[in-house]
Write a protein that binds this ligand. Sequence first.
Ligand code: SF4
Length: 702
Amino acid sequence: MTNTWVKTTCAFCGVGCGVEARVSNNKIIVRGDKQHPANFGRLCSKGMALGEIVNNKGRLLQPYIEGKTTSWQSAIVKIATAFKQIIDRFGPEAIGFYLSGQLLTEDYYVANKLMKGFIGSPNIDTNSRLCMSSSVAAHKRAFGSDTVPGCYEDLEKAELIIITGANLAWCHPVLYQRIMAAKQQTPNLKIVVIDPRKTVTAQMADLHLPIQPGTDVLLFNGLLHYLFQVKKLNHHFIQQHTEGFSSTLHAARNEAHDLLFLAKQLAVSSDLVTQFYHWFSEADKVVTLYSQGINQSSCGTDKVNSILNCHLATGKIGKPGCGPFSLTGQPNAMGGREVGGMANSLAAHLEFNNSQHYDLLSHFWQTDKLVKQPGLKAVDLFDAAAKGKIKAIWIMGTNPVVSLPNSHHVIAALKNCPLVVVSDCMFETDTNTYANVLLPAAGWGEKSGMVTNSERRISRQRSLINPIGEAKPDWWIICQVAKQMGFSQAFSYSSEADIFKEYAALTGLKNKGTRDLDLSLFTNLTTQEYHDFTPVQWPAIKNTKQSNNKRFFADGKFYTQTTKAQFITVSYKPPATKTNSTYPLIFNTGRIRDQWHTMTRTSFIPKLCTHTPEPYVHINSLDATTFSIKHDELVQLTSHIGTLITRAKVSEKILSGQVFMPMHWTRMLSSSSHVSQLIAPNIDPFSGQPESKYTPVAISPW
Ligand code: SF4
């Protein structure tokens, strides 16, 4: 326990704000870290409340087996023995892991190493699949690597900022504050918000395009064609640094050459569309920020590539104030991507389809069990459990019964799975209900390790107090199971620092061909240096004082075989399910300002519960009249897979034909108002990301 200020990082969103925290009178006090380059001292309401999640309210304090408290030793033996029996009988692929962007990099690394390298199952995925996997897939298609090109500083250098599919003001509040400050400093900075809803973010925009949900590819294909028409393409960049432009432009022209028709499909006026296109064509420095409104779609990867195409065609990438920018949702979604926490990637940005990478990793880990093929992505993983193919699943730090689509199916999967292990810092979650073994994990303020934010900046989370009860860090729990399974040599780390140094060494191995990620500078950190680690951004790690090395692709070289970026030809595809006379409204979901994910921690903080005390659905006044819905009265929403009941809020923030509901409330907090009861598991074919923003529903008074 320390009463001096400790520098750490926020546990909530992917902005990755620096926090200073200390213990005072048995309470944790927090303030923004003025030196942290993500936030320069700013914190949002959730960050300010961080100290209040460090206590024993609602905590899981001991291991449990079948509802009875037990010792760590018994729990570890139970899991390791069951895993070995299942592997002997059904093969390693009968084991599944489901991780979380809440885990620290060291936790993620050892979970991935155990599963892909030693158990020999590729079936390890993460809740980041629901968050930014479409961006990952699109980055790899266009750049040959999962590389975010820009940095936050670009927000202060841009002439035009486009925010699409993201309510920054509520979901990435400190970035919103940075943009607002930039706007005050530079009144000529223009902001375009593309969002079907009139969000708080849209209200501050110079131009708001409330396009028809799901039509993003049309909008950006139209932009590509417009740039061609007005001769604002960067032909030098296209010729020198890209491939595939002609066919992509051809497809965009075919689809979007008629502006009036295009505007009609987008359901916005052609004047608004033209204004947006004109601003993009005239500005030298453009940043396009995007998040779940783009990613959570059955064609999310194509949507991202339609954005990347426009930046590549104008060379607006890799330069100060320029670039497409995927905003990650979680505090360590990026760290998870780096260490291979997803089913379709290996550690340290090594790839399955590269035999050199495979040999390198096998040799580095000293294993002959390294998996050869990608595994099951989140939705398919739980589906396999429902079908009896997964015999044991270990869920760490996430609540899939609430967050995955079609919760009934997820529950059926867990009920059907002979062994469900859950490690979590909270006791009562919807998912824990179905656990055979519950393991108490250390929470924020108790655990220590690295996280990477949206701009590739690695920062430390530091412990302030010892873990409460018998809670343990996730990396420790994973290593205990690994050792009990007989993998002692590979998992005998004495601290999280040992794990980070091993991972850093892996990123630096030389016979790997070109890769974007190299942290080898940290391979030989001393314990003190790891303890004192200050935030660094890759690739600007080798000389952190150098300000000109914060972006990728400034030299026009990409990580494809030819070193050229790839244009990806994309065309509009409608959402997987369409509205009809039975289900006439589009059901959209998203976050509210003061809650985090499934509220397992934030619902315990009274001041975070006052902004929006209960679940609701926004409905436009026209639709309210059509369907006899009254403001503040209860309504029933029905999709083709389920029903929920909630309170209607008649609002002009939502357009006619659509309804919006926050995604946070769980079965435990509000059994009838839980959005994944309605959402079908329609996924993007490239990324496996579910379509959580477009579900046809019916509404009626309850
Ligand atoms: Fe935490 Fe995100 Fe808020 Fe920053 S913006 S304080 S990282 S929740």
